[in-house]
Ligand binder design. Structure first.
Ligand code: GLN
Length: 487
């Protein structure tokens, strides 16, 4: 018998609804688990146990009274700490927002609450979501539950680690250049970056608006599909939100990939991608072939420029978005007796931001400055259009495009953090989906020793259903999503 905190979200919801367990019992079990393993993992920046227990009791009462229940009734969700939660500290893992308590909920949080989900805490991340390892957090790094000496991936590393360590049933992440998929791959969970515009960004603290989406992370494909169904859909408060028909993604999960046309992206298996990674990803492709899909290799030559374009665009947007943190209106503020506001502003930012954030603000400011704008920012936008066209064409011929999520397995904590360029290179396979806005998912597809490897699947705009269907088929025909680390 699995213990309550080990259950998938759908199992919890089902058992609570049938009154086999109470939501309170489940939350108690989860809190005990978190207390037991958090010292090793550091997945959470903030936990809200008292409030979670109060909500659980309320849901149990609702059940006893036979009231209508939401789709996530009684189950726990961990929320990345760059998504605003009313009354719960939201830090972006930065000293700058160390004491920030939002007076409002992000749209995704409103939707979770409407479906009776219970927020259990806010998860660790790279500062302002800038990174791929969760090492730049002001609150210390998160460790990979599969091997505590390795990084969990990032920037949503806390969400992924909390899931695989059974410290939550569901989690939200955000993905600007891979931040959902990278930690999903490194912790062996499922993580989906939705099509740009499918999920509201209202209440997501911005890093690079034109690239990012909030998305679901989960221990099973069905849980991921359920969470996506709850958080997706039009929101008039986000001007980039797209008005598409809401879907029940759970109903799309059939174990049938017959006739599916797969394009294997040649450039995703190039230099810099480790052989061990290639081996597991190819096994997954051959498994899909055995299950009735066909594949063909496809070359997307513009990908050579994707990483450069991504970093110019992301840093440019970041430099503009982060200008608001001056410590005068809110955020970190030093004690000062100096009357010169510009000195105060500079000091607040010097102390409030970490090194990586400052590096990006400076590079982004440079790329946008007069004389360099055309050379860098404008050129990057043009490259972005070329890449999007190439993907659009490829997806006329194929239903999905596949490759690895990450070019190498999880590496040691501290190994790459001193060398920003090497770290940026790790994003080479994830940024194309953000530049194009297309949906992409990372699905566990093997283990190299004790370390997980992820398969990345990129789909047509708003065709999350196909990504989830393929993920479901892989999950049903392998045992990777059922494996758990020993803690
Ligand atoms: N690692 C990438 C970056 O640092 C992506 C981060 C993200 O998706 N938020 O920009």
């Amino acid at each position: 018998m699995p213990r309550l905190h080990e259950l998938t979200a759908l199992e919890v919801i089902d058992k609570v609804r049938r009154q086999e367990i109470t939501s309170e019992e489940y939350i108690v079990s989860l809190i005990e688990r978190i207390r037991m393993v958090e010292g090793k993992i550091n997945a959470y920046i903030t936990t809200v146990f008292e409030e979670a227990l109060r909500q659980a009791r309320e849901i149990d009462k609702k059940i006893q009274c036979g009231e209508r229940l939401g789709r996530l009734a009684g189950v726990a969700v961990a929320v990345k700490d760059n998504i605003c939660t009313r009354g719960i500290r939201t830090t972006c893992a930065s000293r700058m927002l160390g004491n920030f308590i939002p007076p409002y909920d992000a749209t995704v949080i409103e939707r979770l609450k409407r479906e009776d989900a219970i927020i259990i805490g806010k998860t660790n991340m790279d500062e302002f979501a800038m990174g791929s390892t969760t090492e730049t957090s002001y609150f210390g790094p998160t460790r990979n539950p599969w091997d505590l000496t390795k990084v969990p991936g990032g920037s949503s590393g806390g969400s992924a680690a909390a899931l695989i360590a059974d410290e939550t049933a569901l989690a939200l992440g955000s993905d600007t250049g891979g931040s959902i998929r990278c930690p999903a791959s490194y912790c062996s969970v499922i993580g989906l970056k939705p099509t740009y515009g499918l999920v509201s960004r209202y209440g997501l603290i911005a890093y690079a608006n034109s690239l990012e989406q909030i998305g679901p992370m989960a221990k099973s494909t069905a849980d991921c599909a359920l969470l996506l169904s709850v958080i997706s859909g039009y929101d008039p408060r986000d001007s980039t939100s797209v008005n598409v028909q809401p879907l029940d993604y759970l109903s799309c999960l059939v174990d049938d990939v017959g006739g599916l046309r797969i394009g294997v992206i040649k450039e995703f298996f190039g230099e810099g991608v480790e052989d061990s990674v290639k081996k597991h990803v190819w096994r997954a492709i051959h498994l899909l072939e055995k299950l009735g899909a066909t594949y063909e290799e496809v070359s997307l030559s513009s990908l050579e420029y994707a990483l450069a374009a991504y970093y110019i665009i992301a840093m440019s947007e970041a430099s503009s978005n982060l200008a608001r943190y001056d410590g005068l209106r809110y955020g970190f503020r030093i004690d000062y007796d100096d009357a010169d506001w510009s000195k105060i502003y500079a000091k607040n930012r010097r102390i409030g931001f970490g090194a990586e954030v400052k590096r990006r603000i400076m590079l982004g400011t440079f790329a946008l400055s007069a004389g360099y704008y055309e050379q860098y920012y404008l050129k990057a936008l043009k490259v972005r259009t070329i890449i999007r066209r190439e993907f659009e064409n490829a997806l006329k011929k194929f239903d999905i495009l596949v490759g690895p999520t990450m070019p190498l397995p999880p590496f040691n904590l501290g190994e790459k953090i001193q060398d920003p360029l090497t770290l940026y290179m790790c994003d080479i396979l994830t940024v194309p989906a953000n530049l194009t806005g297309y949906p992409a998912i990372s699905v566990p597809c093997g283990f190299e020793g004790s370390l997980p490897i992820g398969l990345q699947i990129i789909g047509k705009p708003f065709d999350e259903a196909t990504l989830l269907k393929v993920s479901y088929a892989l999950e049903r025909n392998t045992d990777f999503t059922r494996r758990k680390p020993e803690l």
